[in-house]
Design a protein around this ligand. Structure first.
Ligand code: ZN
Length: 67
């Protein structure tokens, strides 16, 4: 089985995705489709993910996110 987002091999702890990032991307894609016009543009998905991260991390310290 491969990650539906990027096609990499699935990680057991993030099934059916390969990483938390792809799980978040899928969630963002979902949210994006739910409140806006569906888009297949990866950049739009990235933007939606950023919005998700921003709203989730507001009031929290950014130190938990390593870049
Ligand atoms: Zn992936």
């Amino acid at each position: 089985m491969s990650c539906p987002i990027c096609g990499e091999e699935t990680a057991r702890s993030y099934r059916p995705f390969c990483s938390r990032r792809c799980a978040d991307l899928d969630l963002a894609k979902w949210l994006n489709g739910a409140y806006a016009a569906p888009s297949r543009d990866p950049e739009d998905i990235e933007k939606a993910l950023e919005e998700t991260e921003r709203s989730r991390s507001s009031g929290e310290k950014h130190s938990q996110f390593r870049h």
